[in-house]
Design a protein around this ligand. Structure first.
Ligand SMILES: Cc1cc2nc3c(=O)[nH]c(=O)nc-3n(C[C@H](O)[C@H](O)[C@H](O)COP(=O)(O)O)c2cc1C
Length: 166
């Protein structure tokens, strides 16, 4: 029973969550010192239309956690199948993440993926504690869509979207 978290078997919990298909994002920011940081996140969600708010959950154990907590802004890149390998780099601790992928920079010099399915430029409004994660709430200042279809994450692997139903 010691391995159960509040009565839920952790393996069952993970397995149930894996049945929920999600999009994949690469969330980036720039520290005050000018270093670039980012992580892959499937926990992205729309929160509010007016004001325009989105959320993403960040593991408090992530190396980039202190930087995001101190950040004024961050960028959410909704990625395509062409970014699958890059998304795995951004999910790897200790990786020299920005050595991979072709990033451009916005006016605030935050990194973005010009060929992403969509790019949302956010101002960090709130960081709400949520268990071992923190919910980063961002006020969207600019939203841009690209040509590519987004890739999805399902049962621990990438799943490419098929043809859209008519
Ligand atoms: C598809 C996928 C989705 C992920 N989603 C999240 C997420 O929503 N939040 C999170 O904190 N980590 C998520 N991760 C794990 C982080 O990307 C990974 O732990 C990353 O290395 C953390 O940043 P760090 O290198 O600064 O520690 C995900 C990983 C993958 C492969």
């Amino acid at each position: 029973m010691a391995d159960r978290v509040e009565g839920v078997d952790p393996a069952d919990f993970r397995s149930a969550l894996a049945r929920f298909p999600s999009g994949v994002t690469i969330v980036t920011t720039r520290s005050e010192a000018g270093t670039l940081h980012g992580f892959t996140a499937s926990s992205f969600a729309a929160l509010s239309l007016d004001p325009p708010l989105v959320l993403v959950c960040l593991d408090r154990g992530a190396d980039c956690y202190p930087v995001f907590m101190a950040a004024e802004r961050f960028v959410v890149n909704i990625v395509t199948p062409a970014h699958a390998e890059l998304a795995m780099k951004f999910a790897t601790k200790g990786e020299n993440k920005f050595a991979h992928g072709r990033f451009a920079f916005d006016d605030e010099r935050h990194p973005l993926l010009p060929d992403a399915a969509a790019v949302l430029h956010c101002e960090l409004r709130q960081a709400v504690p949520g268990g071992d994660h923190v919910i980063l709430i961002g006020r969207v200042h600019e939203a841009r869509t690209g040509g590519g279809e987004p890739v999805t994450w399902y049962r621990g692997d990438f799943l490419h979207l098929g043809e859209r139903a008519a």
